[in-house]
Write a protein that binds this ligand. Structure first.
Ligand SMILES: NC(=O)N[C@H]1NC(=O)NC1=O
Ligand SMILES: [Zn+2]
Length: 475
């Protein structure tokens, strides 16, 4: 017996995930996963016969995917924890197979636009989050000189709004004016970070909204029509122009139209450092849903036509969309009761992202699981400094896993939701797969069993930005 085989015979693991179909970056194959010190130490056939483990998780009949890295959630602390907080939001994310989320600098108060605000947020998340997390900082009028301290502290990048973010009160997040956007991009380029943009033209959307409301047009379609694709295109185009002047890396969040994706693709082809995200709601809901459901399906940009949705799927398939993230932006249910213009804009979908994308993308449309996993895990890890620590199932990576039954269908009920307020546009939707367990660095943090769900240790840690691969997605 050779030395190599002998040493394998004595291998010890904390945990072996046995007998699952493992989703690797380029294939899906049956394998056992051996976990040591919270990291993936082996991915091989039949590990149990030649090793020892403190614990074995029987995954026969199940798929093992890299945990989703949800690069876009609003958990709203400090101050708005009664909308959603680290405890409930991270529980919902864990139940959805997410193992790391990146929290936006709004809608908490104070927003994460200076160091003291970041520290406040971290104190609230400490020991409370079920899964790992990283933080976005914010770019707002007046804080350009505070970006360096946030970068130094470990934010993964900065977010700015080109249209009004909503919310009321003092010290809330404000949209950027043109000069702040330009000066902010110069500074973010100097800091070597990415600027994430909510790209809708404020002049276009505010004028159309004012006109609609003045004419007494306050229905779902009136809201949708007040935020046309044109507003998205204009903002994307302007941001690309400033990025070209400043050399700032851009990431467009929640893009809703294939036309905007095309603008961004052309910029990539010109060599610009730019990426694009879309969300499960643009890929699974249409304007018929917002008419049917009302404000629970209100988001900005709004849901689009089914034809637009098909074009967006074509862009996803063509590899033109880099990242899929939830934009979980929750609120108390009462804030979804008013008319469409007054209700809170934001979809509470965090728990369903992975299941929706597997159901709609893989089960219904036949997109291979490694492809979906790239948009849900690998690309966000690479873009935002979490790779090679997180993002795929490979030796040496942290054992962040989503364990999925691809054969179990269920209908989402509000009682399934672990977020603070149990509204979601997906309630009543039939899903063709189900997350059975979620592991973070080898710890089981969530399990779904016939007698109910179990949330275990709240072992989530803050992941500071580190250089990783320098934010490069390709090459
Ligand atoms: N403020 C906030 O979270 N807004 C988010 N909601 C939404 O639908 N789009 C957003 O940008
Ligand atoms: Zn958002």
């Amino acid at each position: 017996m050779g030395q190599f085989e002998q040493s394998e015979q004595f291998e010890q693991f904390e945990l072996i995930v046995r007998g699952g179909m493992v989703v690797l970056s380029n294939e899906v194959r049956p394998a056992d996963i051996g976990i040591r010190n919270g990291k993936i130490a082996a991915v091989v056939d039949d590990l149990t016969s030649r090793s020892q483990a403190a614990q074995v998780y029987d995954a026969s009949g199940l798929y093992i995917m890299p945990g989703m890295i949800d690069a876009h959630v609003h958990l709203n602390e400090p101050a708005l924890g009664h909308w959603e907080g680290f405890e409930t939001g991270s529980a919902a994310l864990a139940a959805g197979g997410c193992t790391t989320y990146i929290d936006m600098p709004l809608n908490g108060v104070p927003p994460t636009v200076r160091l003291e605000a970041l520290e406040k947020k971290l104190a609230l998340a400490d020991g409370v989050s079920a899964v790992d997390f990283a933080l976005w900082g914010g770019l707002v009028p007046g804080n350009v000189e505070r970006l360096a301290e946030l970068a130094e502290a470990g934010v993964i990048g900065f977010k700015a709004f080109m249209s009004c973010p909503g919310g009321e009160g003092e010290d809330i997040f404000a949209e950027v004016d043109e000069l702040t956007l330009y000066e902010g991009m110069k500074e973010i380029a100097r800091l070597g970070k990415v600027l994430a943009l909510h790209a809708e033209s404020e002049p276009i959307v505010s004028k159309l909204a004012k006109e609609a409301v003045a004419a007494g047009k306050r229905g779902a379609m009136d809201f949708v029509n007040s935020r046309p694709v044109l507003a998205e295109l204009e903002a994307v185009n302007r941001a690309l122009f400033f990025a070209e002047l400043t050399g700032c890396a851009l990431h467009f969040v929640h893009i809703s139209s294939s036309e905007a994706v095309e603008l961004i693709s052309s910029a990539k082809a010109r060599g610009m450092n730019v990426t694009v995200e879309t969300c499960p709601h643009y890929l699974t809901l249409t304007l018929e849903d917002v008419v049917r459901l009302g404000a629970v399906a209100k988001c900005a940009p709004p849901l689009r036509s089914s034809e637009e949705q098909e074009r967006l799927w074509a862009a996803v398939r063509a590899g033109k969309i880099d990242i899929i993230a939830s934009d979980h932006s929750p609120c108390p249910t009462s804030m979804k009761d008013g008319d469409m213009f007054e209700a809170w804009g934001g979809i509470s979908g965090a728990q369903s992202s992975l299941e929706l994308m597997l159901d709609e993308g893989h089960v219904r449309r036949g997109i291979p699981l490694p492809e979906l996993s790239k948009w849900l895990s690998l690309n966000p890890a690479k873009r935002f400094g979490l790779y090679p620590r997180k993002g795929e199932i490979a030796i040496g990576m942290e054992a962040d896993l989503a364990i999925i039954d691809m054969g179990e269908s269920y209908t989402l009920a509000s009682s399934d939701l672990l977020q603070r307020h149990k509204h979601s546009p997906y309630i009543g939707r039939s899903l063709g797969c189900r997350v059975k367990a979620t592991m973070v660095r080898g710890n089981v943090v969530y399990e779904q069993k016939p007698d109910g769900v179990k949330l275990t240790a709240r072992t989530g840690r803050w992941i500071r930005y580190d250089e990783g691969n320098g934010g490069k997605l390709y090459g």
